[in-house]
Design a protein around this ligand. Structure first.
Ligand SMILES: [Zn+2]
Length: 210
């Protein structure tokens, strides 16, 4: 975990404090109370499938910039800290490929610890399945070098398809749309601003009746 030198809230030099069973960097100012629990980030990407004359195609974008320029992958990126996750992935799909699509379900996720190959921060990367609404794939030619719907045969023949993206597409192909974790607007807390809950099923209150 990256170390911090100063409190990000009040700029005091940080010391350490025993909290939750281990030593953590913490602000010595009792009123401030800042504790550094670590660096976390959330990534997301979307599998968007298209049936074209009986041929299944998947949306891929090609990275225009390093790291990994030239690599093909699912459209996606980091969720902003104040952005509902389903909107983050829908935004990324539209920004990177000009395709409008709506979240159907969560089909996979990866957890990677900071400092490993996953990147500098501990990260959860969530792969969504989205329903295509409209749009012809377009790209900006800078961040994204190319974008399009490709058949599975085409993807199999492409160089430099990110393994995680290929695996995400496989997850979507072998499962029914909606069989993953779906947004449940009726779940406890789902009405709170800034909260989203995803479940395998919409819970029926009769579960609790004998
Ligand atoms: Zn402080």
């Amino acid at each position: 975990m990256a170390t911090m030198t100063y409190c990000p809230r009040c700029a005091n030099p940080l010391t350490t404090k025993h909290d939750g069973g281990r030593e953590r960097q913490a602000c010595p100012d009792e009123v401030c109370g800042f504790i550094h629990f670590g660096d976390f980030s959330i990534g997301c990407s979307g599998v968007v499938l298209l049936e074209d004359d009986g041929v299944t195609k998947a949306l891929l974008v090609q990275r225009g910039q390093n790291p990994f320029a030239g690599t093909w992958q699912l459209p996606g990126g980091y969720a902003e800290h104040d952005e509902p996750l389903s909107l983050a992935v829908e935004r990324e799909v539209e920004e990177e490929a000009s395709v409008v699509a709506k979240v159907r379900d969560v089909i996979a996720f990866r957890h990677s610890l900071g400092g490993t190959a996953g990147g500098p921060s501990t990260n959860i990367y969530i792969i969504f399945r989205l329903d295509l609404i409209e749009g012809e794939p377009k790209h900006d030619g800078v961040e994204i070098a190319d974008a399009g719907f490709f058949s599975l045969d085409e993807i199999a023949a492409m160089d430099a398809v990110q393994g995680l993206s290929r695996w995400g597409i496989e997850q979507a192909l072998v499962t029914e749309p909606g069989s993953g974790l779906t947004p449940d607007d009726g779940a406890p807390g789902a009405e709170r601003p800034g909260w989203q809950l995803f479940g395998l099923e919409t819970v029926d209150s009769r579960v609790w009746q004998s």
